[in-house]
Design a binder for this molecule. Structure first.
Ligand SMILES: Nc1ncnc2c1ncn2[C@@H]1O[C@H](COP(=O)(O)OP(=O)(O)OP(=O)(O)O)[C@@H](O)[C@H]1O
Ligand SMILES: Cc1ncc(CO)c(N)n1
Length: 264
């Protein structure tokens, strides 16, 4: 069986972070493993508190998985601090996984900072060069490219800027712009626009986590980058279309709607 490792934060509410990633891996038939970087007390409304995990514990979790089981693809989510970024970068340099999908998580939907503001330099310098694909949303792409993004043409310019930081490819998610949520891919040679159709719902908690872990799962199964992204885009669109109206805020994407239909 193919395996995927998520290096990310825990969301007690189950909609984002490690929990979203493991649900996605399972739904796509890949064996999911985790290295937890931080624990958040979180629900559909807010992040109440955050506890970062000790650096040694983070690198031990990663080493335990690589030394024994092996990893076909890595997904990286919330990293919290520049010290955690450095720790994860060191592990990636040691184990050299073939596929690394980096979701540069910075701020939660409710506005809570999940990455120290001064850690962006480390993200750029240490992790982007180790990534097969980096998947910023619009605000994250603005920070990584130091450029305002108000339209699709701006996304093309930001893709070029972000590629200069050294990832093998970039996918800017268009969900935060008006209109249909189209995501723009660039690998330094070709652009590809992955077109979406906007689902009118507030239940979009964890959609970025889900998209990046779905890409990692499809890469783990041996698909090419463009095929993996296309399949992951179909997966997140269906998971948003069937998203769950639980909690008072942004409800989560639904990974198992076929199964849930039977048990409602
Ligand atoms: N309302 C929507 N309908 C359909 N697709 C959407 C919608 N909103 C976002 N998407 C798509 O979902 C994926 C995730 O994008 P989004 O911009 O929501 O990520 P994000 O902001 O990083 O999410 P989060 O921080 O909650 O994890 C992208 O493919 C995007 O185009
Ligand atoms: C733990 C965690 N990771 C990522 C996100 C994405 O917004 C979140 N809300 N929480």
């Amino acid at each position: 069986m193919k395996t995927a490792l998520t290096i990310a934060g825990s969301d007690s509410g189950g909609g984002a972070g490690i929990q979203a990633d493991l649900k996605t891996f399972s739904a796509l038939g890949v064996f999911g493993m985790s290295a937890i970087t931080a624990i958040t007390a979180q629900n559909t409304v807010e992040v109440r508190s955050v506890q970062n995990i000790d650096l040694d514990m983070i690198s031990d979790q990663i080493a335990a998985v690589f030394d024994d089981i092996g990893v076909d693809a890595v997904k990286i989510g919330m990293l919290g601090t520049s010290a955690i970024i450095k720790t994860v970068a060191k592990s990636l340099i040691k184990y050299k996984p073939e596929h690394v999908v980096l979701d540069p998580v910075m701020v939660s939907k409710g506005g809570h900072h999940l990455l120290e503001r001064n850690a962006v330099a480390e993200l750029n310098e240490m992790l982007l060069p180790l990534s097969s694909l980096v998947t910023p949303n619009i605000p994250e792409a603005e920070i990584l490219s130091s450029r305002k993004i108000n339209s699709e043409p701006d996304m093309y310019k930001a893709c070029r800027d972000i590629m200069e930081k050294g990832p093998k490819a970039v996918l800017i998610k268009g969900g935060h712009l008006d209109g249909d949520p189209n995501d723009l891919f660039y690998d330094g040679k070709q652009f590809h626009l992955f077109k979406g159709e906007r689902v009118e719902t507030k239940n979009v908690h964890g959609t970025g986590c889900t998209l990046s872990s779905a890409i990692a799962a499809h890469l783990a199964k041996g698909e090419s980058m463009l095929t993996a992204i296309g399949n992951a885009k179909d997966y997140i669109t269906a998971a948003i279309a069937e998203s769950l109206d639980i909690g008072q805020g942004h409800g989560p994407a639904n990974h198992f709607h076929h199964f849930y239909e039977q048990v409602y």
